[in-house]
Design a protein around this ligand. Structure first.
Ligand code: ATP
Length: 405
């Protein structure tokens, strides 16, 4: 299992030789993304390249500090960040490979089929994004729900809030596995069972800020909050705005703000008015979206307040139960495996006992025959052979059951 901790380059030396570089799977604003094999563990990962030759030493240091924070960010809904390495002008980030596509592909698939995304699936995906955001915004994991009536406890505000800063459908990876399996990459995903993994957490912070970032960005900043467009600092609530835009897009299959020019888009985002989602969806979902896409930072929802919503609590609880069921199924498989092993070993034990008994009987018969012959030959015999009084104990074969893997 690959789980090497991020270490300083000075301590560990370059790691590039540990990787076999495979094909490019995409390109982002900061460089290319390739599949790689981590040779010591034979695990397929993703390597993201970031050109940093233009950065001054302070910016590089900030990027490295960010890497250290990201490497600590372990959460089932966040793409795992393994380690980083550097060349003269390029930084390499090694991350978990999410082989089953992302939310933007799911949205275009529904669009192609001219179908709405079922509301249950919208809540399911939203709650997983929120769980990951909560972990980052408050630096702590959510306590599992006992029942859907449990209120989420108020978080203690930590100083290490990590803000995503680039939440968009293309950074929300989907899989049906807790640990995505690259060998199932070509299979179609049953979206109703989709698990979410957020990618690119916090990286945008080191790579540029707000408007500067928006203008160097390859894609259109459809999901960027008005305060960020106005060059105010990012806050966790900027992620909530983006989340609202993503959820809106799941319902309408297009982002809430679109325009032909960048300045028009900026104007629309700052005004913050958008069309209602289709009637197909509940009022509650519309209200949740409204509470996220709210230009007024004071009244915009937080990840904590959103998680109090009953639909989101139901979605959380049902995911918890699904995971519990998976664990039970894993146990059941393990028990069946142990049962098979025990049955096989019992068979082997009996076969071996039969061989030993057979051998014992032959030795016994032989001893009797020999003694009778001795008596008939007039030989004076004293005592009984060991085999006939059972002094030679039958040896019992040793058996231990073992569980595979
Ligand atoms: N961990 C990953 N697993 C699988 N594919 C990935 C992973 N990270 C990125 N990709 C893919 O690589 C491509 C480039 O990703 P990258 O995050 O660099 O840029 P982007 O998000 O498309 O754009 P931007 O850099 O402007 O945000 C995308 O197609 C993305 O889906």
């Amino acid at each position: 299992m690959y789980n090497r901790k991020l270490e300083s380059r000075e301590q560990s030396g370059p790691r590039i030789n540990d990787y076999q570089v495979l094909e490019e799977i995409g390109r982002g604003s900061f460089g290319s993304v390739r599949k790689v094999v981590h040779l010591p563990s034979n695990k397929v990962l993703v390597r993201k390249e970031i050109q940093y030759g233009h950065m001054n030493s302070k910016e590089r240091q900030q990027l490295i500090t960010e890497c250290a924070i990201l490497s600590q960010l372990k959460h089932e809904n966040i793409v795992e960040f393994y380690e980083w390495d550097s060349d003269k002008n390029v930084l390499y980030f090694y991350m978990e490979y999410c082989s089953n596509g992302d939310l933007s592909q799911m949205i275009s698939n529904f669009k192609k089929e001219r179908k709405y995304i079922p509301e249950k699936l919208v809540w399911r995906i939203m709650v997983q994004i929120l769980t990951a955001l909560y972990r980052c915004h408050y630096g702590t994991d959510l306590v599992p729900l006992e029942s859907i009536y449990d209120k989420v406890r108020p978080p203690v505000k930590g100083s290490n809030a990590v803000i995503h800063r680039d939440l968009k459908p293309g950074n929300i990876f989907l899989s049906t596995e807790k640990v995505p399996d690259p060998s199932t990459a070509s299979q179609t995903l049953d979206y109703n069972k989709a698990f979410v993994k957020l990618g690119d957490f916090g990286l945008a912070k080191s790579l540029g800020s707000s408007v500067e970032f928006a203008t160097t960005y390859v894609g259109t900043p459809y999901y960027m909050s008005p305060e960020v467009l106005m060059d105010q600092p990012y806050s966790p609530l900027s992620d909530i705005w983006s989340l609202g835009c993503v959820v809106y897009e799941m319902c309408t299959l297009r982002p809430p703000f679109q325009a032909k020019t960048y300045s028009d888009l900026q104007r629309r985002i700052r005004a913050g008015s958008f069309e209602r989602i289709p009637e197909y969806y509940s009022k509650e979902l519309q209200q949740v979206i409204d509470s996220c896409i709210n230009p007024d930072l004071q009244s915009r929802a937080s990840s904590y307040s959103l998680l109090q919503n009953i639909q989101l609590r139901i979605a959380r609880k049902s995911l918890q139960l699904e995971r519990f069921e998976d664990t039970l199924l894993d146990y059941e498989k393990e028990l069946m495996n142990i049962g098979d092993i025990l049955e096989r070993q019992a068979g082997e034990y009996e076969a071996e006992m039969a061989v030993i008994k057979n051998q014992y009987r032959k030795e016994f018969d032989h001893a009797v025959e020999q003694r009778v012959r001795e008596i008939l030959n007039g030989k004076k015999v004293s005592g009984v052979p060991d085999i006939m009084v059972g002094k030679n104990q039958l040896h019992r074969p040793d058996y231990h059951w073992r569980v595979k893997g």
